[in-house]
Design a protein. Sequence first.
Length: 382
Amino acid sequence: MFKKNLEKLKQDLNKNNIDLAVITDDDSIYYFTGYFDFLHMSFGRPTILLVPKDSDTVLITPLIDAHLVKKKCPVDKIITWNDGVDNEWREELPKYFKKNTNIAIEKFKISTLVLNYISSLDEQRAFKNITPILDLIRMVKTQDELKIAKSAGKVAEAMMYAGKNAIGHNVPEYEVALATAQAGTRKAAEILENEFKESDISPLIHFLQIMASGKDLPKTHHRSSIKLIKDGDPVFLCFCGMTNFHKFKLGFDRTFWLKEIRDKTQIKTYETAVQSQKAALSVLGPGVKAEDVHAAYADTIQSAGYPYPTFRCGRATGFSMLEEPQLVAGNKTILQPGMVFAVDGSANEETFRAQVGDSFIITEDGYEQITNFSKKIEDLII
């Protein structure tokens, strides 16, 4: 998979007359090399992938992490550096920049540390932006990626069921988050054992659970806290950051109620959220503009008397949480088979917010849903 991805990048560099691509984003480095778990910029240790259009590819990485580079890593040359020794990661870069004219970087993802150094090598040089090319390459998933995506859906479903089962009167929010992480980890470990035996990727699910209960429902990205859930509370569970199997990310959301729905106005709001997702799905498919999916979603919400939605209908996912295209107003990208999307439905009122979300693979004749959990209101009352 990684070798083919890297070969495709080199082909596109030639088509776009780019002599050298400089890649530092963790997810892109994984996509093209299979290399992961290095400390990277969090510890001031850059890992840099150099991809010339017509010569050897080079991976520059800290010596401390060199044992993480797989034997099947498709790069031609691996260069390591050590903290404080010589010029560290900078040592090899000047010669590559000297012999290449048209150089492209990830304009909005490259670290300031690396950017400042490579800019100092030639202050007159203007770098191209490689990100649009990378986005196009990563937009349509390979069969290997789609297999991983479907497994990620199973992990997400295990987390949702565990979250629902953990919700109870006087249960702290963080206990629900612990239950979802444990269930996701166990399901991921099971899949790795049965279907990905050669992988050494950790099954551990780790992320600050996005959830809200009671009066906190309008807080879209509230994290689990020590707050106690009470009978009658609505409870929102979001796994957009937690659904991460074999580095593939998905979106998945549901709204629950404990024991009963005390405020009956919440029923209409919730049903509007479900209908807005349904409207989006009635449009979703190959040959459709991304903005048209969002328009169907937004029109349904407004037609029901609610404000224009505060967020896009959806986003493409993959080895990054946010990829292109986004299902948002103004995005005219034509959807293609093999794309993977998180597609939401929502509706907001002053004291309550309802949201449902699932992930889908675009197919030749429509879509395939890969996160499944009931949206019937009777199934969401615990």
